[in-house]
Design a protein around this ligand. Structure first.
Ligand SMILES: *Cc1c(COP(=O)(O)O)cnc(C)c1O
Length: 392
């Protein structure tokens, strides 16, 4: 840190170095001369200039996530939706066509429905479990296909390899939002994805205290276009959030393994429980893409479980209230288990008929499993189910 009249203290020297990344909140970086600035801007020397353009905490975090995804040159931005925007708005132009999976994250669907069309970018939604449906939706002007490997909230599994093949044949970019599956569940670049993105807010950071996104492209030219767009539109992440996420990442693998084990146990419990109509979990033999879960996800079920209870809204209210040890909150990937009710939250804008078509009834819940003691967690679900049965 430079000593100046106003900030005369500088930063203490130390031969030994910290093992934890320092937080660098500085918005601006001082240079010694215009020549030195030239050498930085012209790429002869490395260095930071202004935090919106880049800062050390973002770069350190980006490199950590790059390593997990097998990527290079990934970019950390201010939220998962900033990452979605960097792709869709940074790489598409008026006249392009974009295909999205019909069960994308709610705000991604909204961008497909409202923002892209407003800018003259046509959109279509297709069932990503069906590569033929994706192939049929491709037009000469199709720029990219955006999918999630495991869908929200019905836990359907996209036919990633076949969709990647279709995209490669037709010269269309394949973009995978890997938030739900995480790089421990699958590494989409190894399955033909051109661009991979994350809401780092969720399981990667893992503690519901940092809002961040990450995006990387195989083609460095596309990565550079997204970087420039993100800087211009101010998608800059907070250094402190980046620091928190880096700290969170240190335990990501442990949290993932624990949440996955508990999810399997919870799914097995729910599938045998009275008052539960159906359970959706990838490794269960009654899952609609059970075989694909084994081949594509290598038998890993992940940390999300969805299920449907008997009864309507009254049963759902009773369940959520009685399962009081579980946060009833519309997020996922936290250290604590969270329960979401799509009909009243993420999917409330849909008509009851559209929800019914997806299988999202008033009795449908999605669980993001956390790190609680599995027995204690299952006991909470048992309390919820008993209360729901009481409304019948
Ligand atoms: C949460 C989420 C997003 C958006 O991320 P934010 O960090 O909340 O902006 C995008 N995609 C998926 C799959 C998500 O779960």
């Amino acid at each position: 840190m430079k000593k100046t009249l106003q900030r005369p203290a500088g930063w203490p020297a130390s031969l030994s170095t910290p093992v934890v990344s320092p937080i660098a909140p500085s918005v601006v970086y001082a240079s010694t001369s215009p020549d030195e600035l030239d050498s930085q801007y012209e790429g002869r020397e490395t260095g930071y200039t202004y935090a919106r353009e880049g800062h050390p905490n973002a770069d350190v975090l980006a490199q950590r996530i790059d390593a997990l995804e097998g990527a290079t040159g990934g970019l950390v931005v201010g939220s998962g939706m900033a990452a979605v925007s960097a792709v869709l708005l940074g790489l598409c132009k008026t006249g392009d066509h974009v295909i999205g999976a019909d069960q994308l994250y709610g705000r991604s669907l909204r961008m497909m429905a409202e923002d892209l069309p407003r800018l003259g970018i046509a959109t279509s939604l297709v069932d990503a479990t069906d590569a033929t449906a994706v192939a049929e939706a491709i037009r000469p002007e199709t720029r990219l296909v955006l999918i999630e490997v495991v869908s929200n909230p019905t836990i359907r599994i996209a036919d990633l390899d076949a969709v990647a093949e279709v995209c490669a044949e037709r010269g269309v970019l394949l973009v995978v939002d890997n938030t739900f599956t995480t790089p421990l569940g699958i590494r989409p670049f190894e399955h033909g994805a051109d661009i991979v993105l994350h809401s780092v807010t969720k399981l990667l950071a893992g503690h519901s205290d940092a809002t961040l996104g990450w995006v990387a492209a195989k083609d460095p030219a596309l990565a550079e276009r997204m970087r420039i767009f993100a800087v211009t539109t101010g998608m800059t992440p907070s250094p402190f959030d980046c620091w928190l996420a880096e700290r969170g990442l240190a335990t990501f693998a442990l949290r993932y393994a624990r949440a996955q084990d508990t999810s399997q146990r919870l799914a097995d419990y729910l599938s045998g429980a009275e008052g539960v109509k159906r359970v959706l979990y990838p490794t269960r033999p009654d899952h609609p893409e059970a075989a694909r879960a084994q081949s594509l996800l290598k038998g890993q079920g992940g940390h999300m479980v969805s299920f449907e209870i008997e009864g309507g809204r009254a049963a759902a209210n009773a369940f959520a209230e009685a399962a009081s040890g579980i946060a009833f909150a519309p997020t996922l990937g936290d250290v604590g288990t969270t329960l979401s009710h799509p009909a009243s939250s993420s999917h409330r804008a849909l008509t009851p008929e559209a929800r019914a078509k997806m299988g999202v009834s008033e009795g449908f819940f999605r669980v993001s499993v956390g790190l609680e003691d599995p027995e204690a967690l299952i006991a909470c679900f048992a309390d919820g189910l008993a209360a729901a049965r009481g409304t019948a």
